[in-house]
Write a protein that binds this ligand. Sequence first.
Ligand code: AMP
Ligand code: MG
Length: 404
Amino acid sequence: MVSFEEARSIILGSVQTVGTERISLLEATGRVLAEDMAAPWDLPLWDNSAMDGYAVRLDDCLTIPCRLRVTGYLPAGAKADGISVEAGCAVRIMTGAPTPVGCNAVVPVEETDDGRQEVTLLEPVKERQHIRFSAEDVASGVVFVRSGTRIRPPEVNMLAGFGMALVPVYRRPVVAILSTGDELVELGRTPGPGEIVNSNTLSLAAAVMEAGCIPRIIGIARDNRESHLEMLREGLKADVLVTSAGVSAGDCDFVRDILEELGAKQMFWKVGIKPGGPTAFAIYGSIPVFSLPGNPVSTMITFEEFVRPALLRMQGYQKVLRPFFKAVMREGLKKKSGKVQIVRLRLEKEGACWYATSSGNQQTAILKTMVDAQAVAVLPAESTGCAAGDEVDVHFYGNHIELE
Ligand code: AMP
Ligand code: MG
């Protein structure tokens, strides 16, 4: 058995990105940039006005109020060629228009009488005020977004501002999903006696999508060697293979044996985590193979703690773990030492403090308390539990958690 931390480091040490592609900027939203991007020109490209107002020379505005002759007009989109601010004069200018030669301050219209032939300035003027200077945002040649950055609307805005219509991103891994078991029927069929719906496949596919990857549903391997051989072979054609169930020590638990027979190198089997102990990890060529336990709660938790970080790393993310924060337990939790325990929680915030309550029955077979959980506590292996009022390390479970 490997520890929770060893399992993570073996996994993250074994996975790589699966290539890059150039795609349109909008499609790239939510993807991870595969190259450092350097500014092809200065941003802004030229000095321009930050306000609607008057471009002036500071020397003319040393005593307030002062009166200046308005000798020109520069709306946004105009060229400043041939326009200059002469001594004793002002040029009416709109936000975003290039500042004319001679201008070293812009006076907002609200601080003037807004005169069109002559304008009176009513407030003191400071040198350089309300001018956006060329290159003050990003200078030409400077890297403005690094490889490994997730592309969000701000990155889209800057990439677009620099005219980058196609951007290099890491490819999204295709993740094969295979369920195993004679008791499973596909969604759409009502389960009869002894049967259950193959819900893990759907849940895993959803989690794969939420992690930014492409699920490929392989189906169900039945509890015999031939079916496992055929379905696992198919699953090994993807970039990643995730199986559920059939990985313990039961009579029909063929997954690990058949993977080895097919040439996969087993990296570990059994992890010090509860729920989710019988998790196995293997490498087939460069394909990571996760064999997760079949119990839906265990499948989801081991996906969250082991598969998701790997899928993020395979898409080029540098940071792949959800951030931990402290929460105060409203109730005590008992646990045996020896394994990391994942506890399903509800969270509330009071003032600056997070408070956590168990979402209910923590047995592995209880699915509803997973549905009800917003977060999980990760109790360290050596811990024997905690008392009400103790602080525990928690992280959110799910991508879009909104809390009042
Ligand atoms: P196993 O590891 O094959 O013994 O399965 C462990 C438990 O998980 C059993 O109760 C199975 O019925 C259940 N299980 C296995 N596969 C799935 C699945 N695809 N969807 C939902 N439950 C499953
Ligand atoms: Mg089974």
